[in-house]
Ligand binder design. Structure first.
Ligand code: IDP
Length: 164
């Protein structure tokens, strides 16, 4: 029997534990705990290691920014953990639990968030989360090409309509 009680259909998001956080078991555990404590359903999870081509492709929108090269090198500096998370408000909830991008803002204005508590620098900021439902679809396909979003959402709808 499920321990969750959903009042709305579930939404998916893509969450990443970046290399700085995965390198330290205590930090990884703290982020993973945050996911579980907030009643996300972990739909898929895998550890992966990016080459610089993957990092460049994923962050192409930032190419030309002053931090781009540093970001690309960082994202391929060690293993990461990728998750497909489900929740009624998955995109927004995970973004708010992560906290702001920049570490000083996260520390000063969002203590208690993952980045506020555990972020090291603006680049090495522990986690990624999709910023919209559209980005989530694109990013899930990038990380989990074998996963069928359409199928999952259809099944979800049927389950939700039918009830437990
Ligand atoms: P987000 O990760 O909060 O969605 P984005 O603006 O999409 O933020 O930036 C992607 C990633 O690029 C950030 O998570 C961070 O690792 C890096 N980054 C963003 N802004 C800066 C900066 O000003 N200095 C260094 N790295 C940055």
């Amino acid at each position: 029997m499920s321990m969750f009680c959903w009042t709305r259909p579930l939404q998916l998001t893509l969450a990443l534990i970046k290399p700085d956080a995965l390198a330290h078991p205590i930090i990884f555990e703290a982020v993973h705990k945050k996911i579980l404590e907030n009643n996300f359903l972990i739909v898929r999870s895998k550890e992966l290691y990016w080459g610089s081509t993957d990092s460049q492709k994923f962050y192409c929108e930032h190419s030309g920014r002053f931090f781009y090269q540093r970001l690309v090198e960082f994202m391929s500096s060690g293993p990461m953990q990728a998750y497909i998370l489900a929740h009624e408000d998955a995109v927004q909830l995970w973004r708010s639990l992560m906290g702001p991008t920049k570490v000083f803002r996260a520390r000063l204005m969002a203590p208690g968030t993952v980045r506020g508590d555990l972020g090291l620098t603006d680049t090495r900021n522990t986690t990624h989360g999709s910023d919209s439902k559209e980005s989530a679809c694109r990013e899930i396909a990038f990380f989990f090409p074998e996963f069928s979003l359409n199928y999952w959402y259809q099944e979800q709808e049927i389950l939700y309509r039918t009830g437990p």
